[in-house]
Write a protein that binds this ligand. Structure first.
Ligand SMILES: [Fe+2]
Ligand SMILES: [Fe+2]
Length: 289
């Protein structure tokens, strides 16, 4: 079981909402309306850990270790939402999201293969770590800069915890896990070649609710994410490359391979696919009587 060890590790570095945020250093002259608006949107997207946790618990019914870890992840993600709301409550109370706005991002995700979802969230944490690092640089008000730095470090630790579960999955499921991780890795590391930001909150997760079946589509301003990335925090090709490199580096360590590009990962994905196909048991032939 990984849960007891992860609990200990994450508990030992956990920050305190009152003591570790330098609330007294707030400088009103350094926070623009535009910047404050983006904090509201991030507070709502962090709240989306709620439906994600409901999905994780539903799709991992046979895995009590991972489900127990969800209690830590869920707590920390809700705390991210809360600290952003606390900032707004103190300094821009008119921008605190309403309970209805928060509840709007709670909707059912369709069941999905657990291994693919795990990899998807691993990549999501890496991406968010980089987005928040950029957000911290973009903001000018010292308290919110510090908050985004704290959040980015938490996201990196979440990625590390998911990676532990991925390692465990490879030991348990072998090629089935490798196939799932390589497949989602190719998708998530290809963001530069798609128009859309690839993060779990930006993926369609329930076709019955289409097009309102992404977290981003249910925000008060659904166009916000692209604007935040392109013109506000300016998450450019240099930063995008850092995300891709981190995904490829970690996946390389996990799979004992070296991936210098998404193309190389894709090649590996195809090779593993062939291996799986050649070792699969032939379909039983049922002859009509
Ligand atoms: Fe978070
Ligand atoms: Fe996270």
């Amino acid at each position: 079981m990984l849960y007891p060890e992860l609990f200990k590790q994450l508990e030992s570095v956990r920050w305190d909402m009152d003591k570790d945020i330098p609330w007294a250093s707030f400088d009103a002259s350094k926070l623009s309306d535009e910047q404050a608006q983006t904090i509201k949107m991030n507070a709502i997207t962090e709240w989306a850990a709620l439906p994600a946790t409901e999905m994780f618990l539903r799709d991992n019914k046979d895995d009590s270790d991972f489900s127990a870890f969800m209690s830590i992840w869920f707590f920390e993600e809700q705390k991210h939402s809360l600290v952003l709301m606390e900032y707004l409550r103190r300094f821009r109370p008119e921008l605190v999201p309403t309970e209805e706005e928060l509840h709007e991002v709670r909707f059912e995700f369709e069941p999905a293969p657990a291994l693919e979802t795990l990899m998807l969230h691993f990549c999501g944490e890496i991406r968010l770590n980089h987005w928040y690092r950029r957000a911290s640089e973009w903001h000018t008000e010292p308290v919110i800069k510090q908050i985004y730095t704290q959040l980015s470090q938490d996201e990196a630790r979440h990625g590390g915890a998911y990676l532990r579960y991925m390692k465990r999955a490879i030991n348990k499921f072998g090629n089935e896990a490798k196939t799932a991780f390589a497949k989602v890795g190719v998708l998530m590391a290809s963001a530069r070649r798609t128009a859309q930001a690839l993060h779990p909150t930006n993926l369609h997760v329930n076709k019955n609710l289409f097009p309102r079946d992404t977290i981003q589509s249910r925000l008060p301003n659904p166009e916000w994410l692209e604007h935040w990335l392109d013109t506000q925090i300016r998450f450019d090709a240099v930063w995008e490359t850092k995300v891709v490199e981190r995904i490829l580096h970690n996946l390389g360590l996990l799979l004992n391979q070296r991936f210098n590009s998404v193309q190389e990962l894709n090649r590996y994905r195809k090779e593993i696919g062939k291996e799986v196909a050649s070792t699969a048991l032939p379909e039983p032939q049922v002859k009509p009587a």
